[in-house]
Write a protein that binds this ligand. Structure first.
Ligand code: FES
Length: 176
C-alpha cells in the first residue's frame, strides 16, 4: 500500500521543500519527517520520498543505507547508537558496546527480545571531546562508564526523562 502523510505533515513537507533551491537536497529532512511518523523507512516511504524530491528510489535507498540514523526495519522502543570512531574507541567504546550486548542480549544491528532497545554502531557522532559516548533516541550521553550507562538505562526503563547534563541530539536543527 502506498505511503501517505496526513494533510498537516504534507504541509510540513512543502515547507521543507521550499527551503531548498535544489529539491533533491531535501531528501534527508523529508526522510526524517517520514521516519518520525512511522518509526522506520519502509520501501513505501522510499517510493514516497523519491517522488517528492525528484530522486530515483535507488538514490533514496542509497541515502537510507548510508546513514545509520535511518531504520531499515521497525526498531525497538528506544535506539542506542554506540560511537565506535577513534576518540570513543580509545576511551572505552568497545567495553561500552560489549556491556550493552550482554545487558540487552543482542548484538549491534539487532533489537532486544523484549522490544525495548535496538542497538546500533555509529561513526563519529560529533561528541569526541566527551568520549566515550552513545546517543539514545534524541539525547547524547557522554563521558560514559559502564556504571553511568547502567544508571541511564535503568532510568529509561522507569520512563524518566533525560537529565540536564545530557545533550539533545543536534540541538540547533530546525524542526523538520
Ligand atoms: S569519535 Fe565518538 S563522538 Fe567522535
Amino acid at each position: 500500500m502506498a505511503f501517505t502523510l496526513s494533510a498537516e505533515q504534507e504541509k510540513l513537507v512543502d515547507q521543507i521543500l521550499a527551503r531548498y533551491p535544489v529539491l533533491q537536497a531535501a531528501c534527508i529532512p523529508v526522510l526524517h519527517l517520514c521516519q518520525k511518523q512511522v518509526g522506520w523507512v519502509s520501501p513505501e516511504v522510499i517510493d514516497y520520498v523519491a517522488s517528492r524530491v525528484g530522486l530515483s528510489t535507488s538514490q533514496v535507498q542509497g541515502v537510507v543505507t548510508f546513514y545509520t540514523m535511518f531504520h531499515q526495519r521497525p526498531p525497538g522502543r528506544h535506539t542506542i547508537w554506540v560511537c565506535r570512531t577513534l576518540s570513543c574507541e580509545v576511551r572505552g567504546a568497545k567495553t561500552i558496546q560489549e556491556h550493552l550486548e550482554r545487558r540487552l542480549g543482542c548484538h549491534a544491528g539487532e533489537t532486544s527480545a523484549d522490544g525495548a532497545f535496538t542497538l546500533k554502531k555509529a561513526e563519529c557522532l560529533a561528541g569526541c571531546g566527551y568520549a566515550p559516548m552513545v546517543q539514545i533516541d534524541d539525547t547524547f550521553h557522554e563521558n560514559l562508564t559502564v556504571a553511568k550507562l547502567d544508571a541511564i538505562l535503568d532510568r529509561i526503563a522507569r520512563g524518566e526523562a533525560a537529565t540536564q547534563d545530557e545533550t539533545p541530539w543536534y540541538p540547533h536543527a530546525p524542526a523538520p
